[in-house]
Design a protein around this ligand. Sequence first.
Ligand code: KG4
Ligand code: ZN
Length: 335
Amino acid sequence: MIILGIETSCDETGVALYDPERGLVAHILHSQISLHAKYGGVVPELASRDHIQKLAGLVENVLAKAGIQKEALSAIAYAKGPGLAGALLVGAAFATSLAFALNIPAIGVHHMEAHLLAPMLETNAPAYPFLALLVSGGHTLLVKVQEFGKYAILGESLDDAAGEAFDKVGKILGLPYPGGPNLTKLARQGNPKRFKFPRPMTNRPGLDFSFSGLKTFALNTLHEYGDDAQTKADIAYAFQDAVADTLRVKCKRALEFTGLKRLVVAGGVSANIALREKLNRLVKEQHATVYYPRLEFCTDNGAMIAYTGYQRLLHGEKTASLAIEIKPRWEIDSI
Ligand code: KG4
Ligand code: ZN
């Protein structure tokens, strides 16, 4: 059995082949960073057009890389949502059409469920149940995962997602898009003792997040202390430390609240080293274990879509419909 996975929910075109017996067979990722960089963020229409231009060629390439004919495919999984409507439509239309031509199922996958399951592609995959911290550009979620497909949201961001906050503060500091990884590099030059940013919503009960205030705090600090290179690096450090520490506090609370001993951290921000250091320390204190995807599968990719599609198929999901279906807004607890 071989599943083709297609990811086109935002600014990355990802394709992958997953074989339940052999694991991940091949994967290719095309990033649109250079396309959007001069606009300082993702331009949805450009994203859709680029997916259209690249997708068919990438699918051909990934099949060639694995030495597999398209007729050997068993199913095609694609990111059905949440994400940019136009970008999602490209993957959905391509996957549904190719699946129809090959007479195999097309499976629409929830993008955040795919992030959540990305650590399952590693050799030390977590067992169920576990707690999941999902930190991407569009979402910040704490999810109790009882078993595959059973997701209860324990907390979420009331405003900006963690990755979105990284991107916006990166922009404030004059860094190129995407802000997250660039801000992380700048923070390495920062003086840890210079500024201390607030840890939003940690001094009251609950598991929700709010990151938009940190953006204002960064902007005000920049205005007050000047925008020389060292001050910018110090702000980058203090901001990153505040986000990572806030996520740590909420994970600690959620582990204690649920009694779970396994923590999965996934989505673009799970690549952040400062966050990983804090969470690694936390799980040691809690006698728990933390699981991350490999670095390249923290951000968007086709491998997590192919794996999730396989799991959906395994659990009896059937999509024989010829309708091209997307869900730009889609809660993970309503899959
Ligand atoms: O999961 P992802 O690729 O896309 C969404 O589903 O949104 O996440 C992208 C987000 C961006 O906001 C990006 O700035 C952030 O993840 N990101 C990081 C790092 N790498 C990516 N944020 C902090 N530190 C990083 N190393
Ligand atoms: Zn994502």
